[in-house]
Design a protein around this ligand. Structure first.
Ligand code: LLP
Length: 435
């Protein structure tokens, strides 16, 4: 198959082939100024490699797109919570969206003062998690039920620490994404239907230690049709107008995350995508004086990460060809869990010939695959492959299935690469167990 120009360029400026276009020398895939092959030989595989420049560029693009309105980016920690990534995001001035006490502790570990820009979402916050968040002085609790409101009111009163709250509404708009990651329909567990939300605001206003401060919404993830965001925010804007009329001091709208990325082919023009997203989010909010909170995860880190893996064996069963690689579903679950597509490219592009193969891991499950019947450049045993766009929901979804250690993670910054998570050993895994 002919490779398009776009796919040869991959994910500029971070992931591009360097070297001679033809002739004896292979073209080598780089992350910024660092050869991925050199990182794999030094640190082993499977190996996550992230580009700091790309993460910074994406944060900047968000900021530029929303410059017309007071706003805070609250990077969604669940997308990639490795401390080195959080530190990079914090140093760019962003806040965080957390969904557990554990995620909040990660943020505090990186920068205690970042708590003032933390929003806490999720349907099942425990009293202990609320307590940690209250003591750390977070910006906003996104409440998702009447029972949760009651517990937060009691916890805040007990600690004598006021809590700023938003109700996360469920706007009942379809997000047109994978059903497992769509959250804004009434049959989903998330948020509160808008009529019920009004009652919750009335209840919150009666609580001495709760301070009504905002309205929040998040309709799902990997959403590429920006019309869904617009539809959700139109409903939110109506609610805000109504609440203000009733005397509630709504300062924040938290528009959630969810902006999708392009997993197939090149990344396209991010500036254009983000501008369209900003228009969809901002149009319904015109005329409302407010501070906008955004919780992007995937769109910040997704394209900024690759997973390097080595081909262990080639194998053919009848006419079916397999490339057995050293990464597996415990390292990257998205293909197995959602049937997600990730582009796979050779780190060293030697051959123009292609073949159709399945790329599979060593785990004892048929669901352990990265690609099925995929046309790929021909590679040999020992060659390296890069699985693209795994910066979000890659390492965080990792597990120890089959007693496999979690992969190491590196952050590249120009010509430098830093280990931000070392490879997990079997000793690391056994440490918590007793005979
Ligand atoms: N805010 C809330 C309340 C969320 O639940 C999420 C994601 C985000 C923000 C960030 O959304 P993003 O900008 O990353 O789309 N594991 C799945 C994705 C799960 C998303 C969960 N919530 C995947 O690999 O596609």
């Amino acid at each position: 198959m002919k490779q398009t120009r776009a796919s040869r360029r991959l994910r500029p400026p971070a992931f591009e082939y360097h070297g001679a276009a033809s002739g004896a020398h292979a073209r080598e895939l780089y992350c910024e100024a660092v050869s991925l092959a050199s990182l794999a030989s030094r640190h082993g595989t499977p190996l996550y490699v992230y580009s700091a420049a790309m993460i910074r560029a994406r944060l900047d693009a968000f900021r530029r797109a929303f410059h017309s309105i007071p706003h805070t980016l609250c990077y969604s920690v669940k997308a990639n919570s490795t401390l080195g990534i959080l530190r990079l995001v914090a140093s760019a001035g962003s806040g965080f969206d957390v969904v557990s006490g554990g995620e909040l502790q990660r943020v505090l570990r990186v920068n205690r003062r970042a708590a003032s820009k933390v929003v806490f979402s999720g349907v099942g916050k425990t009293a202990a998690e609320m307590e940690l968040a209250l003591r750390s002085g977070i910006l906003l609790f996104n409440l998702e039920s009447a029972s949760e409101l009651k517990l937060l009111a009691a916890t805040a009163a007990r600690l004598k620490k006021p809590a700023a709250i938003a109700v996360r509404v469920n706007p009942d708009v379809p997000a047109k994404t994978h059903p497992y990651i769509s959250t804004g329909l009434h049959q989903h567990k998330f948020g509160v239907p808008i009529p019920q939300a009004r009652a919750l605001y009335a209840e919150a206003a009666k609580q001495p230690y709760l301070k009504v401060a905002g309205v929040s919404v998040h309709i799902g993830s990997q959403i590429t049709d920006v019309g869904s965001f617009q539809a959700a925010l139109e409903r939110v804007a109506d609610l805000v107008r109504g609440l203000r009329k009733q005397g509630h001091d709504i300062r924040y709208i938290d528009a959630g995350g969810g902006l999708g990325i392009s997993y197939e082919g090149a990344q396209g023009n991010f500036e254009k995508q983000i501008a369209a997203y900003a228009r969809a989010v901002l149009a319904p909010l015109r005329g409302l004086k407010l501070h906008l909170l955004l919780e992007p995860g995937r769109s910040i880190v997704g394209p900024a990460g690759v997973l390097l893996t080595r081909v262990l064996y080639r194998k053919t069963n009848r006419r079916k060809r397999f490339l057995i690689v050293d990464a597996a579903m415990n390292d990257l679950l998205r293909p197995s869990l959602y049937g997600a597509y990730h582009e796979i490219v050779p780190v060293s592009r030697k051959s123009r010939e292609t073949e159709i193969a399945d790329v599979v891991g060593p785990i004892c499950e048929t669901g352990d695959f990265f690609a099925r019947d995929r046309r790929l450049p021909v590679v040999s045993e020992g060659d390296l492959l890069a699985i693209l766009d795994v910066g979000a929901y890659g390492s965080v979804l990792g597990s120890n299935y089959n007693t496999r250690g979690r992969a190491a993670e590196l952050l590249v910054n120009g010509a430098k690469a830093r280990v931000i998570r070392r490879r997990e050993s079997v000793q690391d895994q056994l440490r918590l167990e007793k005979l």
